[in-house]
Design a protein around this ligand. Sequence first.
Ligand SMILES: Nc1nc2c(ncn2[C@@H]2O[C@H](COP(=O)(O)OP(=O)(O)OP(=O)(O)O)[C@@H](O)[C@H]2O)c(=O)[nH]1
Ligand SMILES: [Mg+2]
Length: 287
Amino acid sequence: MLRLQRMARLLGTNCLRRRHSATLRSSTKNASFSEVLQLEDKKLMGIVFPLQGLEKYLAPDVNTSTFRIFNPSLHDIHRAEALFIPCGKHVIDYFSSAIRMDHTPQLLQPEVCFLGRSNVGKSSLIKALFSLAPDVEVKVSKTPGHTKKMNFFRVGKFFTLVDMPGYGYRAPQDFVEMVEAYLQERSNLKRIFLLVDGLVGFQKADHIAIDMLEEFGIPYVLVLTKIDKASKGVLIKNVLEIQDFVKEQTQGCFPQLFPVSSIEYSGIHLLRCFIAHVTGNLPIMNS
Ligand SMILES: Nc1nc2c(ncn2[C@@H]2O[C@H](COP(=O)(O)OP(=O)(O)OP(=O)(O)O)[C@@H](O)[C@H]2O)c(=O)[nH]1
Ligand SMILES: [Mg+2]
């Protein structure tokens, strides 16, 4: 505990301190890593490493080696967070939207996009990732099919995040042409984050999306959303089913799943670190 509190003090940079007061104003509790470091160890681990937090509920013979393939240090997680905090010339902003590939912006930095069924929590996840940049507006809605265009957000000169429309229920009519063309032609696309609802697990539409990504040969990673809504039992069932499927039936999927809650910020700090890593902005030795 003392060690972690000391680390919190050590990590308190000017930008972080400024952002901390913004956090308190907008009541985004635990959005910043320095706040999380003030928590007691058990709670801290549950928020920062939610997948590993499930280990104690599993039978001893369950293989959890894939739970820590991407296993950065607290220091790496803090370093990555700095990319998500606007500071001086480092600007984070919404850039533009597109409904066709030939309307997409000419942004050359590495790019990652967020894909998933309508209402799975794509926009909310991007909003949570950008919670330390309160001027960035990301629209979320409880009505499925809210995001109609590909929305591009620029993170300084480091990378771009793209919020995609959802597939399945109330998907935009031109979804397939728009998204398939983007996925196949976007040359700076480094990783796709495919979101799956933590409450209901894989649905038919998710399997169709996985088949498409496997066919295109683009590296992707699965994110399990809304984990604050699922009981431990449901969550474990969905995690194990998905991890087994990934191991047995996929080639392009990163073997570790990333559970998140965009409301409680669980998994958000680790995901910021993973995004920094896959966009080449945070070399980490053990992944
Ligand atoms: N409890 C909880 N609710 C969430 C979470 N993430 C998203 N939601 C809710 O789920 C609903 C849909 O969220 P969005 O982020 O708009 O979903 P989306 O995937 O962008 O949906 P489309 O744009 O329609 O494809 C909203 O009511 C959110 O508040 C979460 O982590 N926990
Ligand atoms: Mg959306």
